[in-house]
Design a protein around this ligand. Structure first.
Ligand SMILES: *Cc1c(COP(=O)(O)O)cnc(C)c1O
Length: 421
């Protein structure tokens, strides 16, 4: 459920016409719906125990406007870099609601988290544990830590976004968990607070989660028997969304919540969740303009002014996005098949192949749906293309929450060395 719909013949974000926005801010641009963000957050919060920490995964959408919208509902943040930690704090998410994940935290990033007083570090390896201990001791602080345990389950998602199988760069194999916890317990700069697990993203069945959580709950009991204080279970993110209108939708938050309740019943641990995609994906669209429709030998190409530098998911993961006309197609409208492509000089700059859709002509506006997560955050200036700006809508109001970078600013990021002057 989202708040993008046709009204008076044009696709709207809540009460704002995307065609009007296109005129005002230029294309391509991202547009987010506050009402959709809020709805998704509230649906998730209602599905899990009341005292849970819902730490929105900032890597899915790190825009300060989006983070502030969620912070006002009580969201925390799951960050994977010092930059994301700074963004979460700048958006008004308090340190006690921030968890720090990621396999390659630098010493400077650890220091930042310690000084801010974050809720916990999700530590992904024993060398990282040692490094964090050294830094905490040097500062006279103690780092609250969970170890990210890799439960060795197949998340049954795209190979490029699975993380929970035994030989993954993420987390510590469950076979080594007791050893790793024993090592952590010997470090004075480390305070064990729980266990963390995250098995991947865009997971569309409950079974892989249930299998993973069952293993983690078993492990929690074993670790408690070993004398560790397992007060928190961080169950990660990963619940998928529907990218295709013709698919059976993935389990909804209430089914997920009921499964979590079953899996963790009686354990008496505070739960932490790190949803990203579930909150943000359907709350955003990318609007682009058709530059040209080119007839090839056997097929037609719709060439857009948005490219893989704006929306990388199709090139990176072969991801599918529905692409719709901003002008509402009228009954009986002409349809055609296109390879929908961007202008970037890469053969992977293709959004869809042989996609049947309402016939397009130069100047038409199209919207990529479900682009609110892993969209703008992955954008780059490849081909010296300024990344698409971001707009946040609330009812009839809208605001540019990240302006387009001007060419002068883009060029000014480089320097010519004085020995070339
Ligand atoms: C990416 C990530 C998430 C969010 O995943 P979604 O599929 O967007 O819910 C949560 N936790 C960690 C550790 C991640 O790396």
């Amino acid at each position: 459920m989202n708040h993008f719909a046709y009204k008076s013949g044009s696709l709207h974000a809540e009460d704002v016409d995307l065609a009007v926005l296109a005129r005002e801010v230029g294309t391509p641009f991202y547009c987010y719906s506050s009402a959709t963000l809020e709805r998704h957050y509230r649906a998730f919060a209602a599905a899990v125990p009341k005292d849970s920490l819902i730490a929105f995964s900032v890597k899915a959408n790190g825009n300060l406007g989006v983070l502030r919208t969620l912070a006002r509902l009580g969201a925390g943040a799951d960050v994977v870099s010092g930059g994301e930690l700074r963004k979460a704090l700048a958006a008004g998410i308090t340190a006690e609601r921030i968890v720090f994940s990621g396999v390659g935290k630098t010493k400077a990033e650890m220091a930042l988290g310690l000084e801010a007083g974050i809720h916990q570090f999700n530590v992904e390896s024993e060398p990282e544990l040692d490094a964090l201990n050294v830094i905490a001791l040097a500062k006279g602080l103690v780092a609250p830590v969970t170890l990210r345990i890799n439960p060795d389950v197949d998340a049954k998602t795209h190979a490029k976004i699975t993380t929970g199988t035994a030989e993954s760069k993420f987390g510590i194999p469950i076979s080594r968990a007791r050893e790793a916890y024993a090592a952590a317990a010997r470090l004075d700069g480390i305070r064990i607070v729980g266990i963390d697990v995250h098995i991947g993203s865009q997971i569309t069945e409950l079974a892989p989660f249930e299998a993973a959580f069952a293993r983690i709950v078993e492990l929690a009991k074993v670790l408690r028997a070993d004398g560790h204080d397992i007060a928190r279970l961080d169950l990660g993110g990963g619940l998928g969304v529907s990218y295709r209108t013709d698919n059976t939708p993935p389990p909804d938050p209430s089914a997920y919540g009921a499964m979590v309740e079953r899996a963790t019943r009686g354990l008496g641990a505070r739960l932490i969740f790190e949803p990203g995609r579930l909150i943000a994906a359907n709350a955003g669209v990318l609007v682009a303009q058709v530059l040209y429709v080119k007839q090839g030998e056997t097929k037609a190409f719709a060439i857009l002014d948005a490219g893989m530098n704006d929306l990388l998911r199709p090139a990176l993961y072969e991801a599918h996005h529905e692409i719709v006309s901003v002008a509402e197609p009228m009954p009986g409208h002409a349809r055609a098949r296109y390879d929908v492509v961007g202008p970037v000089c890469e053969s992977t700059d293709v959004f869809a192949q042989g996609r049947e859709m309402a016939a397009l002509k130069a100047g038409d506006l199209v919207a990529f749906l479900t682009a609110g997560a892993y969209g703008a955050v992955m954008s780059s200036a490849y081909n010296a293309r300024p990344p698409a700006p971001e707009v946040l809508v609330k009812g009839e109001r809208w605001s540019v929450v990240r302006p387009r970078i001007g060419y002068d600013a883009l060029i000014a990021t480089d320097r010519i060395p004085d020995w070339l002057a």
